[in-house]
Design a protein around this ligand. Sequence first.
Ligand SMILES: Nc1ncnc2c1ncn2[C@@H]1O[C@H](COP(=O)(O)OP(=O)(O)O)[C@@H](O)[C@H]1O
Ligand SMILES: O=C(O)C1=C[C@@H](OP(=O)(O)O)[C@@H](O)[C@H](O)C1
Ligand SMILES: [Mg+2]
Length: 172
Amino acid sequence: MKNIVLIGFMGTGKTTVGRRLALRLGLEFIDTDAEIERVAGKTIQDIFARHGLIRFRSEEALVIKRLSLQGGRVVATGGGAVLDSKNVDSLKKNGVLVRLTAPPEVIVQRVGKRRNRPLLNHGGALLETVQRLMREREEIYGQAADFTVDTGALSKDETVERIVSFLRKDVD
Ligand SMILES: Nc1ncnc2c1ncn2[C@@H]1O[C@H](COP(=O)(O)OP(=O)(O)O)[C@@H](O)[C@H]1O
Ligand SMILES: O=C(O)C1=C[C@@H](OP(=O)(O)O)[C@@H](O)[C@H](O)C1
Ligand SMILES: [Mg+2]
């Protein structure tokens, strides 16, 4: 069985929905950010602050390469994971890629509570930063995705059920 891989922008719900989806399907859950933190023994914020973005991306690529060797799990990626086409190739070899989206205003609400995403923490206007990054990444997410769920007006469990029905159709 392939992995079910959640991709998409920060705050679309990859980590939260991924964990629920794994429970729902009785599969193991893995979050690439949590795995990077475990391997490095540091938080994502620390890795960015001490070593920078490029080092974070290389840790992320290593984690993705390794986890793509195994199937049958739900994988939540970090929002920038698919910016590197090598990561997309690794994830696609052994996984179906489900993209989560949400409007920028919803993203701002969701990430607003906990400012633990270094790329959104530079002190500028949050909505504008989200809109700009989203525009820059839109095409890449769209090309990588096998299926897209707009989570903007959905609860977490409704999002899970959309993914489950897509997977059922995919198997038939
Ligand atoms: N309908 C929804 N779907 C997914 N997440 C939601 C939803 N409504 C609120 N959230 C909240 O949005 C926040 C960001 O979710 P998270 O899973 O960390 O996103 P990501 O991993 O894509 O950055 C969490 O606090 C989550 O509980
Ligand atoms: O979009 C990005 O470049 C990032 C998204 C984050 O993960 P989430 O999408 O789970 O917030 C995390 O990997 C890091 O802060 C970089
Ligand atoms: Mg996440």
